[in-house]
Write a protein that binds this ligand. Structure first.
Ligand code: AP5
Length: 233
């Protein structure tokens, strides 16, 4: 990746990452947000922070999250619009939003109004068996949302986040029955966005299996080619 460092234009990348639960969106979004100097806006992380903080939004979201269902569109759309407008930045990396066609249409309308259209939509591809393997081993920090894995990405001190010292735990919605429902909801509600963004020439498929560094490389190459003027998908 270092040999491409000079190609990076920081601060103005506008990208969406989408793919099934456990595809590595959060892992890659954190890396890409740092690399491109844009805020990482992750709706799941925002909801979990509200659940931990005991807010009204958190109480409402938890009812859906614990069952693997989607939080209603009107709640999510308002929340993301506030973040995008308030960020004061030209760019952003959206992780876990949009997840339904109404959300995608609302985002498109918002960005049209702001005169800041999307550059690229990265579609992370992975099969269900790998999803289940990854999610079974995932652990997350309750305070900062950092993600670990029991087999290949463990914190230095067991159960303690390297980044902030918070507790590292199993997510409530990572139980196998809930994960299966999340996969069903993904197929029904979210996967159609591949067509939505394909029609707009924004979609790039990314093979999300393999070494995390290699996947970052694939995503970076896709972003570079779109910014160099090649047509996405
Ligand atoms: P959210 O938090 O967005 O969950 P998700 O989309 O199901 O995605 P995950 O966080 O499970 O996985 P990920 O793709 O980020 O993978 P990760 O990098 O962690 O949403 C949770 C809930 O909030 C939803 O179910 C819904 O209820 C609600 N919600 C959120 N947004 C909403 C919206 N827009 N509308 C309505 N409701 C919404 O990686 C997974 C594991 O694999 C980790 O342990 C990681 O270390 C490991 N890993 C990562 N990359 C690799 C690799 N290359 N090889 C091996 N292991 C890897």
């Amino acid at each position: 990746m270092d040999d491409q460092e000079d190609d990076v234009t920081t601060g103005d990348l506008r990208a969406v990452l989408f793919g099934p639960p456990g595809a590595g969106k959060g892992t890659q979004a954190a890396r890409l947000a740092e690399r491109y100097g844009v805020p990482h806006i992750a709706t799941g992380d925002i909801f979990r922070a509200n659940v931990n903080g005991g807010t009204d939004l958190g109480r409402e979201a938890k009812r859906y999250m614990d069952e693997g269902e989607l939080v209603p569109d009107d709640v999510v759309i308002g929340m993301v619009a506030d973040r995008v407008e308030d960020s004061g930045e030209a760019g952003f990396l959206l992780d876990g939003f949009p997840r339904t066609t109404p959300q995608a249409e609302a985002l498109e309308g918002l960005l049209d109004d702001l005169g800041r259209p999307l550059d690229i939509v990265l579609h992370f591809r992975i099969d269900d068996d790998e999803v289940v393997r990854r999610i079974a081993g995932r652990r997350v920090c309750v305070d900062c949302g950092a993600t670990y894995h029991v087999e290949h990405d463990v914190p230095e001190e067991e159960g303690v986040c390297d980044r902030c010292g918070g507790d590292v735990i199993l997510r409530d919605d990572d139980r196998e029955d809930v994960v299966r429902n999340r996969l069903d909801v993904y197929r029904e509600e979210t996967e159609p966005l591949a067509e939505f963004y394909g029609e707009r020439g924004l979609l790039v498929e990314v093979d999300a299996v393999g070494d995390p560094d290699a996947i970052t490389e694939r995503a970076t190459e896709a972003i570079t080619s779109v910014r160099d003027g090649d047509t996405a998908a």
